[in-house]
Structure formats: C-alpha cells, structure tokens
Design a protein around this ligand. Structure first.
Ligand code: C2O
Ligand code: CU
Length: 489
C-alpha cells in the first residue's frame, strides 16, 4: 500500500468510521418463516396491465414484541412483487401517502426517461403518478425503489423496495424452478441498525460506505428459514441494502449461477460464492438432499483489495437464510435453457462501438462533479454502441449503475470478467483503482429534455452527489434543458 493511500485512509479513519458488525451467527436463531412478498394484483385496461403501488407508513415487528416504524408499498415494509411479460404494455398508479415527496424508479428497466421514476419524476404527498411503457427486454429479476433527490438512502432504508420480475418465452421454457414462493424464491437481503427502542437508525457520522447494520433481514424477516420441498430451489437474490456488499454462498455446497441483473446467462455457472453490491441481483439454483438443512451465508467479502477500514461491513461472516428440506422432495431438473433467437440479433459487439466515455469516481464526485439536477452531463445518440470506462480512483468501494440499459462488462483492468459479471448487468461493484469497460447501447427512446441517471448505488454516496445525468437523442439532435427542480406530480 502506497504511503499516500495510508495517509488517506488514516485521514478518513479519523472522520468517524464506525464498524457495523452483524450480530454473531450463534446469537441469531433461524426460527422465523421467510416472508414471501405477495404477487401484486393487476387488471387489464385498454390492453395494458395496470398495477398500483401506494407508499405508506406503518410498523413492522422485526424483533419479537417490538414495533419498528417502517415504510412500505401497500403494506408496512417492502412491497409486492410486480410481474409482467415481454411484449406487454404495463402501467402503474403510484400514490404517495407519505408526508414528503418520493418517487418510484424501475431499476434495470428499459423504458422512456419520463417513465423512469428518477428525481425528475417525484410524486408529492397525496399525489399519484401514472407511468406506462411496453416491456421490451429479456426475462429478468428487476426491482423498484424510490429515487427522490437527496433522500434515496432514507426511503429505501425505511423499507420502500420491491421486486419486478419479467418473463419471456425462453425463461418459461427453461429447466429452472418456476413456482413463485415455493421453489422460485425472491430474497431481498438488507441490513439495519435498530436502536435501543427498536427503531431504524441511519448513521450520520460520515461512516463509509454508509450505514452498516447489525441486523440482517431476508424479505424483512430476521433469522428467516424457508422450507424446501423440491430437489432444487432458485433464489432470486437482491442486495437491497443501502451500503453493505455481501459475498453470498453456502459453506457446504456449490450453487449454479443462472442469471445476473438483466437476465439469464448463456449457461449455468457452478460457483461457491457470489459478491453482491447494493442494487445487484443474482439468481442461483441450490440443490438439497431430503431432510437436510443449510444456510445462505455471507462470507468475509473479497472487496478487491479494499483496505481497512473500508473493508468493514464486508468482513463480517454471518448467515442470512436457512433452507430446510422436507423428508421427501419433488424432482427438479438440472438447470438448462436455450436463450431466445432474439438474443443473437440484439447482441452487443465491441467492434460496433463508436463512442468511448470515461468516468472517474473519487470520494463523492464523478469526473470531478457532483449531481446537478439542471445539468446534462452526457448526451448519447440512440442506437450508437458505446464503451463506458469506469474507475474508482480512491481506495474505497463504489458501484456504478446506469439507468435504461443492461450493459456487458468487457474487461476488468484488461482481463475478462469473472462469471458473475459476464451476463447482462445494470450495476457493477468497482474495486478501487481498476478500470471496468462497459459495453452498452441506448435504444428506442429519445428525449432531449428528460435525463436518465448514472450513479453509485451506495445510496449515501448517491444522495451526496455521486450521480450524473444523460439524455438520449436522435442523431444530430442537441441536448435540451432540464429544470433544476421539478415540481412533482
Ligand atoms: Cu436502483 Cu438510480 O437506481
Ligand atoms: Cu460510492
């Protein structure tokens, strides 16, 4: 480690870094049945599948007998799972019953910028926002969460988040567990600080990379177990935490990674652990023997050379979810699928790239700038293939998320990416001082006046300005002007 790095680390250590250790494994009993978010009801109106989501306050009993004040969609904590088909038009009525503006962003979704739910589409208290778009991307585990300017960390931390599952012909025909909540199980992994009164606390002491909590939740359940009745179970893992990066796996078995952020890999990849930074998803298939028990574990994370004290929060070892197999298990196929014919036509090719952009992330800035609602940072031309070269230039972890697209990681410091980064991605963990080359193409939608966002998905960093805006325009068109503040709907 260079002398400068040590000095920087000591400097930052001096400004209030508090380790967020997780309650030791043997103090958590896995006796609570895993909550499964309900599938959101929908109705078809004028050819569109219409959902509704209401952001509201409530209380949740994370710990026995303790009512914790939380926020949720259509309930006190988290939200229902939305589910739609490729090709379908969807609409969502988003109502805000909170006392402050919020928004709902469809993370990982390809859609017009005005429907994206970022900071330019805030919903005032009492207001309703009605985005609509056509689902036009491969099957995937996406999610939704608020994105209000400067307050995303708080809104997500209080509990506003849910899954948005997309299906298509290829995913339905796949040899993969498909019964929602039975052998195809959403798992939203989060960590919380509960104070002595059992209330949610966000640290405000400048801790890096944000609040690291000692209570670990799976779908809002502390010490969760799920009863497995089939030989294989598919876990749709979402890191819904605001800051913590997990290294998830099982101590006693390998698993098959089948999908990343934007959908299925080319083929399953057998591995022991998968690293998930805030915002990232991974679908894994785990096999079980009758009557046995195993636990999804977060291992001491390989944070890519992040040195103390930034490794905190990654270096705890703890369990997340217990899987309990019943004495008889229904047969499950070996994971296999053929990706749609479509996939080959849509393929991104580096040789098609005509634009290269560079992004350098320091402690809170991207290319030396912090977020400005009234500034467009990048202007992309629709259908142009682009390479984004992204690098954290400080010895601390960041992530990089781009709205509207699924990208491919071409290389990490010149080397091919590991399997968990080789599929479709919308968010990537940035190991310090390494260059990630991301290949992407913005398609279908242009709007010179309404920007999409790119940002660090460590939500404190995002709120403190580690975000930029880009518009997608027609060839030859100029970027328009964006309002510095939007009134909300
Ligand atoms: Cu999941 Cu811009 O966010
Ligand atoms: Cu960051």
């Amino acid at each position: 480690v260079a002398a400068g790095t040590v000095a920087l680390l000591l400097g930052l250590a001096g400004c209030g870094l508090v380790p967020g250790s997780v309650t030791p494994v043997d103090e958590v009993e896995f006796t609570n049945e895993l909550a499964i978010p309900p599938l959101a009801p929908s109705r078809v109106v004028d050819g569109a599948r219409v959902f509704s989501l209401r952001a509201q306050e409530g209380t949740t009993e994370f710990l026995p007998g303790v009512e914790t004040r939380t926020w949720g969609f259509d309930g006190p904590y988290l939200g229902p799972t939305l589910r739609a088909e490729r090709g379908e038009r969807v609409a969502v009525e988003v109502t805000n019953d909170l006392d402050e503006p919020t928004s709902v962003h469809w993370h990982g979704m390809h859609l017009p910028a005005a429907m994206d739910g970022g900071p330019h589409q805030e919903v005032e208290p009492g207001g309703t926002w009605r985005p609509t778009w056509r689902i036009d991307q491969p099957a995937a585990t996406l999610w939704y969460h608020p994105h209000p300017h400067g307050a995303t960390e708080k809104h997500v931390y209080r509990g506003l988040a849910g899954m948005f599952l997309l299906d298509d012909d290829a995913s339905r025909a796949a040899d993969l567990p498909q019964e929602y909540g039975v052998d195809d199980v959403p798992v939203v992994v989060q960590d919380k600080v509960l104070d002595d009164a059992g209330q949610l606390q966000l640290s405000d002491d400048g801790s890096e990379p944000g609040t690291l909590g000692g209570t670990v939740l799976a779908n809002g359940t502390v010490g969760a177990y799920h009863e497995v009745t089939t030989e294989a179970v598919r876990l749709r893992l979402l890191n819904g935490s605001t800051a913590r990066t997990y290294q998830l796996g099982f101590a006693d078995r390998e698993m098959d990674l089948v999908a990343t952020d934007g959908g299925l890999l080319d083929a399953p990849v057998r591995l022991e652990q998968v690293r998930l930074a805030p915002g990232e998803r991974a679908e894994v298939v785990v096999r079980m023997e009758p009557g046995e028990t195993t636990r999804l574990h977060s291992f001491e994370a390989d944070l890519g050379g992040v040195v103390v004290p930034f490794a905190m929060g990654g270096n705890d070892d703890f369990d997340v979810l217990e899987l309990r197999a019943t004495d008889r298990l229904a047969p499950s196929p070996e994971p296999a699928w053929t990706t749609s014919a479509h996939a080959a036509d849509d393929a991104l090719r580096e040789s098609d790239a005509t634009v290269t952009r560079e992004f350098e992330l320091d402690d809170r800035r991207i290319n030396g700038r912090t977020m400005d609602m009234g500034r467009i940072d990048e202007t992309a031309t629709v259908d142009a293939t682009e390479v984004w070269e992204v690098r954290s230039i400080v010895p601390m972890p960041h992530t990089f998320h781009v709205h509207d697209v699924q990208f491919r990681v071409l290389t990490v410091d010149g080397d091919p990416p590991p399997p968990e980064l080789a599929g479709p991605k919308d968010t990537v963990y940035l190991e310090p001082n390494r260059t990630y080359r991301l290949l992407m193409r913005f398609e279908d939608y242009t709007d010179p006046d309404v920007p999409y966002m790119f940002h660090c998905h460590m939500l404190l960093h995002e709120d403190e300005g580690m975000m930029g805006q880009f518009v997608v325009v027609e060839p030859g068109q100029d970027a328009g002007t964006v309002p510095e503040h939007d009134g909300g709907a």
